[in-house]
Structures are given as C-alpha cells and as structure tokens.
Design a protein around this ligand. Structure first.
Ligand code: ATP
Length: 267
C-alpha cells in the first residue's frame, strides 16, 4: 500500500501560523486538538473520539494547508490517501486496497488520515449512477466512518460537494463540514503578510499590505502566494536589494485571479 503510493506519510512542515484567515475552522480544529492531546481524560469525561471533518471549497483556498497544519497541531503523523491510485483494475482490488489502507491507518493511529479530492471517487453515487465499484467502496467507507472508534482523524477535502452522495453529509459521518471561501479583504492582508514574511521578512515593515489587499479582491490564497513569489523574483532580476509595495502592485496589474479565470463557474 505504501509502495504503490496509495497511502503516503507526509512531513509536518506547515503550521497554523502560516494560514491567513479561516479563523472559524482553526478554532474548531484547536478544540479537537485539545481532545486529541488528552484523549484518555476526554473519553473518561464522556467526550467522543473525534471522527473527522470534511472541508470543501474553491481550489487554492487552504484546504490542503489545513490538513497539514492540523496534523502538526495534533502532533501526530499525517497519512494521505490517494483515491485515484486506490482504484484498481481487477475485480475487488479497489475494495481490498481501501481495506488495507484503513487497516494500516488504524495500526499507525493516532494519526490524521487525509483523503484528498473525495469527489473524484464518490461523485455521482446514488444518482442512479452505475459505477458499482465506487458504490461498494463508498459503502465500506461509510460503515467505517460510522463505526470507527480508533483515534484516526479523517480530513476529507473536496472542491465540489454538490455531487457527493447525501449520506456522506449526514450527521454521524463527519463531526463537521466546512466550506472554505475566497479570503476576505482582512484575510488577504494576513495572507500577504505570511508570504512576504516567508521570503523577505526584512521588507515587511515598509510594505502596505492594506493597499495590496484592496487591489486583490477575488484572489485565492494560492493566487496571493504566486503574486508574492513573482514579485520577489522580478525585484531580484531588476537588481534591486529590497521588495516594495510597487513591485507587488505591478505584478497584480499583470495577473488574473482565480475568480476571474473561473468567473462562469463561480457565478
Ligand atoms: P486544491 O483544492 O487545489 O488542492 P487547496 O484549497 O487545498 O486547493 P492549498 O493547497 O491549501 O489549497 O493552497 C495552495 C497554497 O496556497 C498553499 O500551499 C499556501 O501557500 C497558499 N494558501 C492558500 N490558502 C492560504 C491561506 N489561507 N493562508 C496562507 N496561504 C494560503
């Protein structure tokens, strides 16, 4: 399972301070971390073992980042389950892969099991869809989620939940479902600060992040990261020894945000 890349253990580099905004989600995760870090006491007190969370929303808005930072905060390993690779060619192979992946995660637990692009495997089931393998896989997954008592915290991420089977969204499967939207003006300021700090912390005091944020309505966190990255490179190539607000404004004037690119879909 590990060799095939179906289940991969990821390094824990990202932390919650590197996520701008998403305060409601971070607060919720922090509460679960308190439970996880004191699991025996919590269970004795009558608290349920947290099952997991489904995070849906636009690409580049911090879903993956959140999965990684959650494992770091919990102080437990992060396993990523690749749904695309899990689907096998032979009869029964996909289900066997799923069983083995779950088995391994439970053996390693406490851990975070991150299921990325959930909709790729389960979209359309229950709509009279004919994909039997996906339906069986889905059934197995649902039963496991419902009955699981091991401290395997599942984080499922999806760009679009409108196609997911409704059973998955019912209470008792995930503890909570969050929708991650494009960052607000205030959140964009924080995201600019985070990414400028990562590359040019010496210049942050002279950069007007409020102005940058005002000029980037509709930008995702990933868009902002790439604006900063390009601006730093442009400043270097131009032979300057610092990054300025003007450098970044020039990059913004020359780029298009995710909401511009996907205008039709978002509307
Ligand atoms: P996808 O659905 O495409 O996987 P995602 O929502 O999982 O997208 P991430 O992979 O978390 O998006 O974001 C991509 C990169 O954009 C991150 O590694 C991070 O550098 C930056 N980013 C996104 N959102 C934020 C945020 N809220 N704060 C800081 N950086 C962010």
């Amino acid at each position: 399972i590990k060799k095939s890349g179906i289940l991969e253990m990821l390094p824990l580099h990202e932390s919650f301070n590197q996520i701008g905004g998403l305060d409601y989600l971070k607060e919720w995760v922090r509460a679960k971390a308190t439970v996880f870090n004191n699991l025996h006491k919590a269970i004795e007190f009558g608290v349920d073992v947290p099952k997991g969370v489904l995070i849906a929303g636009l690409p580049g808005c911090g879903k993956s980042l959140n999965a990684k930072a959650t494992a770091q905060l919990f102080g437990i390993p992060l396993l990523r389950l690749d749904m695309g690779r899990l689907l096998g060619k032979y009869v029964g192979e996909s289900e066997a892969n799923m069983r083995r992946a779950i088995h391994l995660a439970e053996a390693i637990s406490p851990c975070v099991l991150w299921i990325d692009e959930l909709e790729k495997a389960f979209a359309g089931i229950g709509d009279g869809g004919t994909n039997e393998v996906a339906s069986r896989l889905f059934g197995n997954f649902l039963t496991w989620m419902q009955e699981k008592t091991s401290p395997t915290f599942v984080i499922a991420t999806a760009n679009d939940i409108s196609n997911l089977p409704p059973e998955l969204l019912r209470k008792g499967r995930f503890d909570e479902i969050f929708y991650v939207d494009l960052p607000t003006c205030e959140e964009r300021e924080k995201i600019f600060e985070i990414h400028i700090n990562k590359r040019r912390s010496e210049d942050i005091h002279q950069i007007n992040v409020t102005k940058l944020s005002e000029k980037t309505e509709g930008y995702s966190g990933a868009d902002i990261e790439s604006v900063v990255k390009e601006s730093v490179e442009a400043a270097f190539v131009a032979g300057r020894n610092q990054l300025t607000t003007e450098d970044i404004l020039t990059t913004i004037a020359n780029t298009r945000s995710i909401s511009e690119l996907f205008k039709d879909k978002i509307e």
